[in-house]
Design a protein around this ligand. Structure first.
Ligand SMILES: NC(=O)c1ccc[n+]([C@@H]2O[C@H](COP(=O)([O-])OP(=O)(O)OC[C@H]3O[C@@H](n4cnc5c(N)ncnc54)[C@H](O)[C@@H]3O)[C@@H](O)[C@H]2O)c1
Length: 259
């Protein structure tokens, strides 16, 4: 397994789903994990799991949309632990709708968490990483950041922005030694997807339809996404920057319609 021994990693949205799986795997690999979330119950659950396995983690209550709180956390961690080795911008929210059914309030809410949140956290933590000349930033984008997705107007727009931010950050800071990549999952079985399913009248049919969009016919487990995050966090990925990795059971490989 890749080692993160001696490294400090911040994972936003660590109280559920993919973020929780990343936090737990990073701790197993030896990292000190700062598990941040607006959801205190979920965040506490994650650090309890880590500690029960003998790992090291602390929970911090963090709303990624609050710039001041992000800066305050960055200042405290810099003082206590030095610059971050790994930053995982995972916190994100979803929304079902076309432009016609998406209100301006919905649109602002999605972009505020999914785009401005990544800006706030990265803005707070990246400068010290750049000064030190090392570190890995990992953003959770989506297959909906690489291709359009029906009925996900605001969400897919926000995830295209995350892919764009990743590429620009990687270019701007490549020579500093800080690497920036993003992970583009297809459907992953998490509370996030379950709440999207609940927005459909026929939940079972929506589940089957979601699975059918993956070439391999199933959703991912959060742990399958965390494994890629571990590689991107570890020194073994030292030549990888500016990349957007599909991890989607073949969802974005092609339509397969010519076969
Ligand atoms: N599940 C999927 O199918 C899927 C697919 C592609 C991409 N993603 C992306 O992966 C990431 C994680 O998704 P998930 O499925 O694990 O979701 P999830 O809903 O299970 O977990 C998201 C976590 O983020 C936290 N969060 C939400 N808003 C926050 C805020 N303002 N500040 C801090 N924390 C906040 C939530 O409290 C929650 O604990 C998201 O960015 C999502 O867009 C998920």
């Amino acid at each position: 397994m890749f080692s993160l021994t001696g490294k400090t990693a911040l994972v936003t949205g660590a109280g559920s789903g993919i973020g929780a799986a990343i936090a737990e795997l990073f701790a197993r690999a030896g990292a000190y994990v700062v598990a941040a979330d607006v959801n205190e119950i979920g965040g506490q659950r994650t650090i309890e799991t880590v500690r029960a396995e003998g790992g090291q983690a602390e929970f911090v209550l963090l709303d990624v949309t609050n710039e001041e709180t992000c800066t305050a956390l960055a200042n405290r961690l810099l003082l206590n632990r030095g610059p971050l080795d790994v930053l995982v911008n995972n916190a994100g929210i979803g929304h079902v709708g076309t432009l016609i059914t998406t209100t301006a309030t919905d649109f602002d809410r999605i972009l505020n968490v999914n785009v401005r949140g990544v800006f706030n956290v990265t803005k707070a933590f990246l400068p010290a990483m750049v000064v030190r000349g090392a570190g890995s930033v990992i953003n959770l984008a989506s297959s909906a950041g690489l291709e359009g997705l029906k009925d996900r107007f605001a969400y897919a727009t926000s995830k295209h922005a995350v892919v764009g931010m990743t590429r620009c950050l990687a270019l701007d800071h490549a020579k500093s030694g800080v690497r920036v990549n993003c992970i583009c999952p297809g459907r992953v079985e998490t509370p996030f997807v379950k709440s999207r399913l609940a927005e459909y009248a026929d939940t079972e049919a929506a589940y089957r339809e979601m699975c059918s969009t993956q070439a391999n016919g199933r959703m991912a487990k959060p742990e399958e996404i965390a494994a890629l995050a571990l590689y991107l966090a570890a020194d073994e990925s030292s030549f990888v920057t500016g990349a957007a990795f599909p991890i989607d059971g073949g969802m974005t490989a092609g339509s397969g319609k010519l076969s």
